[in-house]
Design a binder for this molecule. Structure first.
Ligand SMILES: Cc1ncc(C[n+]2csc(CCOP(=O)(O)OP(=O)(O)O)c2C)c(N)n1
Length: 805
């Protein structure tokens, strides 16, 4: 970290600093106000102007963009907060990042980076002069330009705020293990109506003031969303206060639109909040803390939506209402009255005072920016790859399971990963966390509790196990919180894993998509350093949620990740423990990917020893000679392929049945770990060459593919491969209930007996005995049906099935 603290925030003088901050003199307020006016001017310029950026001539329709896009309403509130936080940083040396929940206020944050100079440092074309300002305006929300939100292209952003609801989860994740960081998190009152945001106030119950940084939520009650009022905006203020107090916050309120009065009052509440944060942290770090959850400050800011904009347009009130949400004046090119209002509005900020002859911000405004990396638009915390240190990983081979012969013994594969993560925790005390919605033990990852408790700042009772304020395993029953915390942790440069039930990964699927979009876009920006990958482990899978039933059976996230672009999306289906270890090691080393790992937690057959597993995972897919009968010939009668643990067992069992009951029938078994290898190289960087594809699957023989997820995924992946129609896929077809494990495969027509029948039905050559074998399979399925109902468990021949060792 190269940040230079202008006034380092030490313990002793924090009180004094806070008091001084709370009482700014006139000159300071004039400076903050000038910066705010400049920001508002640039915000409106971005929305409206394609010429005459400094209003050096009267405004004409030709200066107005043909398409008016952007969001004004939230912007003045966002920039007011930004201006005051910058002053705080200058006075205190506080490291801070800024997360705008209402990320549609993008032009305000872009303007902030521009005024702070960091924008031009990153994008030299957008220089601090008249020509650069014009480019700044023209690029906004334009083809070939930048998006309208606080997106990846915005320096200082780790939060686009496009899909509302995640500002607090990102902020809390960012400050974990970052003791010096303050995350300013502006929450929109519309955003506060979303489920994820409502759940995310609880983040405060997991932040340890001694070793984590702080989040300062600023709930911006501007009363309106796109086209109506907000719940919290219209609620009795006492109820809002009680709600947030109940979540554990010390609520500080500020309200108004009078100027400069609001500047003084906002400066005072910000100083009060910062002083309280420092007092909490200093007490915790100096050992003067009883260990109870601190009551962290939170600011409620009530200011008008579209503040400083045109009061009325066409006789209708705009400022302070939902009508200011996007572009308050829509007919500017064709409506001279609107054009005149716009010109008056722009000139009300007195641009001639704010920018010099060349069009650069005047010194007063430049001096409002903190130094170097302390500028929120230049914070390395918000370009977390710059701060990323590799994980100190143990040798994953040390956790390997001995596999003397394939498919002969059972083990809980995820337990081994738990042991590996336990040691990752020990070796990386400040940059690795596991995030899980209350299932770490259930997912057999509990070895981590040997070295770390669950983080918890609320009351702990003697009955609680592995729970405490120093814990760093993050368990909260909210997939949104877990996912978002990990994203915030990743984007500020640290590593982790989100482990969750497969079906409920869909709760946060949209976050997976949004984070993927962020990673995809950041790949085009050389200044954004790569960050640790988002690792998602899906365990407790569809096939083995036989005890929980249909609600818990859904492999949809695979489908979701397949929709993401190949440069970031990875899906791994390790069939056993040793493959899981190899895959996990790879994922923990990778950068800027979404890595989805799917493997069940129940005892399962083990196939490969560690060396075989490493080789198999490196290829991503391979032939299991020991399982098939084609002896390396190039013309098997059928290829039995599989991806996913349970269906791999069914496939190996089916191959064994064919071996025993249909001698002379040549099968080949192919297992796929890295799902993306099935794609063509032009569709995904992991896509295997046509030559290797043909080596595995031939180019003519029919393939019976047993897949963990929905069958359509395989068809999608092999599209364009030679004779793709020969792939017959069995997978999860939404047949589920609380039943036996084998019954799940039967209901979904992916059992070993179904696979054998598929093989016979699709083989080019039918050896003698095939009809009888099919008959036998039907009988076995009929027997199964009556057996499970009568005995309430699977038939011994499937329940205890293994290959002879
Ligand atoms: C999850 C989600 N749902 C809907 C939207 C569409 N949307 C964009 S802005 C907005 C209103 C936001 O209101 P608020 O959070 O109060 O922000 P502000 O008033 O400050 O603009 C809505 C509904 C969205 N971006 N994300």
């Amino acid at each position: 970290m190269t940040a230079t603290a202008q006034h380092p925030a030490g313990t002793s003088n924090d009180d004094q600093l806070a008091r001084a901050l709370a009482t700014p003199d006139e000159a300071e307020i004039a400076q903050v106000d000038a910066w705010w006016r400049a920001n508002n001017y640039l915000t409106i310029g971005q929305i409206y102007l394609q010429g005459n950026p400094l209003l050096r001539e009267p405004l004409t329709p030709a200066h107005i963009k043909p398409r008016l896009l952007g969001h004004w309403g939230t912007s003045p509130g966002l920039s007011l907060i930004y201006a005051h936080v910058s002053r705080l940083i200058r006075r205190t040396g506080q490291q801070a990042i800024y997360l705008a929940g209402p990320g549609h206020g993008g032009p305000a944050l872009v303007a902030a980076g521009y005024l702070e100079g960091s924008y031009s440092e990153i994008y030299p074309r957008i220089s601090q002069d008249e020509a650069g300002m014009l480019r700044l305006f023209r690029q906004f929300s334009s083809p070939g330009g930048i998006p309208s939100h606080v997106s990846v292209t915005t320096p200082g952003s780790i939060h686009e705020g496009g899909e509302l609801g995640y500002v607090l989860v990102h902020a809390f994740g960012a400050v974990m293990d970052n003791p010096d960081l303050l995350a300013i998190a502006v929450v929109g009152d519309g955003e506060a109506e979303t489920g994820p945001l409502e759940g995310s106030w609880k983040g405060v119950s997991f932040i340890n003031p001694a070793r984590d940084g702080a989040v300062l939520p600023i709930l911006h009650l501007n009363d309106a969303k796109i086209s109506g009022p907000t719940v919290l905006g219209r609620k009795d203020p006492a109820e809002v206060r009680a709600l947030l107090h109940g979540h554990g916050y010390d609520v500080i309120e500020v309200e108004g639109s009078d100027l400069p009065g609001m500047h003084y009052r906002f400066a005072a509440v910000l100083a009060e909040a910062w002083g309280k944060i420092k007092a909490i942290q200093n007490a915790a770090r100096d050992g003067d803390w009883d260990g109870t959850r601190p009551r962290w400050p939170l600011i409620i800011l009530r200011s008008p939506k579209g503040w400083t904009g045109p009061d009325k347009v066409d006789g209708i009130t705009v400022t302070g209402t939902w009508r200011s949400h996007q572009v308050p004046l829509s007919g500017v090119r064709d409506n001279p009255e609107h054009l005149a209002i716009l010109e008056t509005w722009l000139r009300s900020y007195r641009p001639e005072e704010l920018f010099d002859d060349a069009g650069a911000p005047v010194d007063l405004i430049r001096d409002q920016a903190p130094d170097g990396d302390l500028r929120m638009s230049a914070s390395p915390y918000a370009n977390g790859g710059l701060l990323t240190q590799d994980l100190d990983l143990p040798d994953f081979r040390d956790y390997a399971i001995e596999v003397a012969s394939p498919a002969a013994k059972h083990a809980e594969s995820t337990r081994k990963l738990g042991e590996m993560m336990r040691d990752i925790y020990t070796r990386n005390t400040d940059r690795f966390r596991l995030f899980c919605p209350d299932e770490t033990n259930s997912n057999r990852l509990g070895a981590v509790f040997e070295v770390s408790d669950r983080a918890f700042m609320e009351r702990v009772t003697p009955e609680d196990v592995a729970l405490g304020r120093d814990g760093r395993v993050m368990e909260v029953l909210s997939e949104h919180n877990c996912h978002g915390w990990l994203e915030g942790y990743n984007l500020t440069g640290r590593h982790g894993m989100f482990a969750t039930y497969e079906a409920f990964a869909m709760v946060s699927a949209s976050q997976t998509v949004q984070h993927g979009k962020w990673l995809q876009e950041s790949r085009h920006l050389p200044w954004r350093a790569k960050v640790p990958s988002l690792n998602i482990l899906l365990t407790s899978t569809a096939w083995r949620n036989d005890h929980n039933g249909f609600s818990h059976q859904g492999p949809g996230l695979i489908q979701v990740v397949l929709t993401q672009r190949g440069d970031i999306a990875r899906v791994y289906l390790p069939p056993d423990a040793n493959c899981l270890l190899s895959v996990a090691d790879h994922c923990f080393r990778s950068r800027s990917y979404v890595n989805l790992i799917v493997i069940d937690k129940q005892p399962q057959l083990q196939y490969l020893n560690i060396d075989q597993a490493i080789e198999h995972c490196a290829r991503g897919a391979g032939i299991w000679d020991w399982a098939g009968t084609d002896d390396g010939s190039s013309d098997p009668d059928i290829v039995l392929a599989c991806a996913g643990d349970v269906v791999t067992m069914e496939t190996v069992a089916a191959a064994q049945i064919l071996k025993e009951r249909l001698p002379g029938f040549k099968t080949r078994v192919v297992n796929v770990v890295d799902l993306m290898t099935l794609s063509r190289p032009k569709d995904h960087p992991h896509g295997m060459s046509n030559t290797y594809f043909n080596e595995l699957f031939t180019d003519t023989v029919d393939v019976i593919f047993a897949f963990h997820g929905y069958p359509g995924a395989i068809h999608q992946l092999v599209h364009g491969r030679p004779d793709a129609d020969r792939f017959r896929v069995r997978g999860f077809i939404e047949q589920g209930t609380t039943t036996t494990p084998f019954d799940m495969t039967v209901r979904n027509k992916a059992s070993r007996y179904h696979l054998v029948m598929d093989a016979i039905n699709n083989a080019k050559r039918l050896p003698r005995g095939a009809t009888e074998l099919k008959q036998w399979c039907e009988e076995q399925l009929a027997k199964h049906e009556t057996y499970v109902v009568e005995h309430l468990e699977d038939m011994p021949e499937v329940r205890d099935w293994a290959l002879p060792s």
